[in-house]
Write a protein that binds this ligand. Structure first.
Ligand code: ADP
Length: 462
């Protein structure tokens, strides 16, 4: 996929937003200035018209529309200093008077124009705005006045403003683009460092970690999260390596014993009893390997499970009963007393074959680690929050307090040397833990060294 640069994308997004905003601001500035400039000049024109209307008088029956000395006022003489151009027409729209600053130029009386219409035109190449009004005396139209004022400075101000805004707009946007690009590139630098370090780590340096940025921001959180992920990956890799080495060790030991025993056996002829004894010993070792391979396969099977689909209603007491029956020979061999009395069925939603594996492992441990003639008590209870709990308690060798957390680890055997005569692989409880997580069963182990162990399984689905 084509690589796009974050800094360019950020700059472009930012630029589009700012471009629209600036355009709106510039339009608003221009409109406001233009409106107020035009408003002022229109007001001045209105005022001038009003003056001319008020100057109409009649003496001896003769109308006078321009008082004496009016044209001597400076604004009517000059064309440079705020000039005011005036033309007075009689009722027949014939020009009767005009201000001296008009010289040979004329304004014009619009035939159909209503009062107050503004017309922009030129007098002697000076831009002017003119407006006209009928002059009335005693409610009769006696003439017309046309007034014009220079709008040269206002036009210049507006033209300058327009030019400046047009020029500033693209320049500001170009500067902004490069500025944002620079800032974005600067801000993204820690992320690039994270990418570089992560690349290096994924190339095999799993013990490397991303250096944390100085500031506690999103990138800091990202680095922390990636480091946590790396910790988990490193642990998983270490666990996998440990598992492979433990598994090969566990398989090699009985194979070496087998090989050694058989080699000794064929060195010279032996009597039948010795053969039988050695072959029985070898069969035991083969059984151990068999058992180990079964458990390894089971672990591998459940490793890839992440959802159980075969949930169905099963009677927990029946599964427990079947497990007790399956181990009845071992129970008899050790002369154990099994206390298991239930007066009714307890139903749960679960996968029955997986639940059987859990219960058989826990029960087989209770039997295996029980002292001869001990007791195994099985109980089913409904807890206060309505959950079903099943406990399997033995009066066996117990587990040291410091080891309880480790007994779920693969191949871990607590006090293995102390009870070397009790055969095991150290895989049973890791299988139990894995399946329990899948079935939503909570396991808790309460144990006292030398007194006994109680395993409680609490079921979430009843
Ligand atoms: P193993 O094949 O060794 O029994 P597990 O995973 O089933 O493997 O158990 C791990 C370790 O936990 C055992 O080696 C044992 O030391 C300890 N353990 C488990 N259950 C009991 C129990 N009921 N009584 C005493 N120790 C137990």
């Amino acid at each position: 996929m084509k690589m796009t640069y974050f800094k360019n994308r950020v700059s472009l997004y930012n630029l589009s937003g700012v471009a629209i905003l600036m355009l709106l601001i510039f339009i608003s500035i221009y409109s406001t200035v233009s409106w107020s400039v035009n408003y002022d000049i229109n007001q001045d024109l209105e005022r001038e018209l009003h003056i001319h209307q008020g100057e109409i008088s009649a003496r001896n029956g003769v109308l006078s529309m321009v008082p004496e000395g009016e044209w001597e006022e400076p604004e009517h003489i000059t064309v440079f200093m705020n000039p005011v151009f005036v033309e007075i027409y009689d009722a027949n729209k014939k020009l009767v008077e005009k201000s001296p600053n008009l010289k040979d130029d004329t304004l014009f009386l619009e035939e159909h124009s209503s009062k107050g219409t503004h017309i922009d035109t030129f007098i002697d190449s000076i831009p002017v705005r003119q407006v006209q009004t009928p002059l009335t005396y005693m409610d009769k139209t006696v003439g017309y006045a046309v007034v014009a004022m220079s709008i040269e400075s206002e036009t210049r101000v507006l033209d300058n403003l327009k030019f400046n805004l047009f020029l500033t707009y693209p320049i500001a946007l170009i500067i902004l683009f490069f500025l944002t690009r620079f800032i974005a590139a600067h801000s993204i630098r820690p992320a690039l460092e994270i990418i570089e370090t992560t690349k290096n780590i994924t190339d095999g340096h799993f013990d490397d970690r991303i250096p944390l940025p100085k500031r506690n921001d999103e990138l800091y959180q990202l680095a922390v999260t990636i480091n946590e992920l790396l910790n988990r990956i490193e642990n998983a890799i270490t666990r996998e390596k440990q598992f492979t080495s433990d598994a090969s060790h566990e398989l090699r030991t009985p194979l070496a014993i087998l090989k050694g025993t058989l080699e000794v056996l064929i060195r010279k002829p032996r009597d039948t009893t010795e053969y039988i004894e050695k072959i029985k010993y070898c069969i035991n070792e083969v059984n151990r390997i068999n058992n180990l391979v079964d458990q390894l396969l089971m672990l591998a099977r459940f490793e890839n499970y992440n959802k159980v689909s075969a949930f169905q209603e099963v009677a927990l007491d029946e599964i427990l009963q079947e497990a007790v029956e399956r181990y009845s020979e071992k129970i008899k061999d050790k002369n154990l007393k099994v206390l298991f009395n239930v007066s009714r069925h307890y139903y749960i939603e679960t996968d029955p074959s997986m639940l059987s594996i859990v219960i058989e492992n826990v029960l087989s441990n209770a039997i295996k680690y029980s002292v001869p003639s001990g007791t195994v008590a099985i109980e089913i209870d409904v807890s206060q929050d309505g959950k079903l709990a099943c406990s399997i308690a033995d009066t066996g060798i117990g587990i040291d307090e410091n080891e309880i957390d480790k007994i779920y680890d693969q191949f871990y055997r607590a006090d293995a040397a102390e009870h070397s005569s009790i055969k095991g692989t150290g895989l049973g409880l890791s299988i139990v833990k894995k399946i329990s997580n899948l079935l939503g069963i909570l396991i808790s182990i309460d144990s006292n060294k030398g007194t006994g162990t109680k395993v409680v399984l609490t079921f979430s689905k009843m």
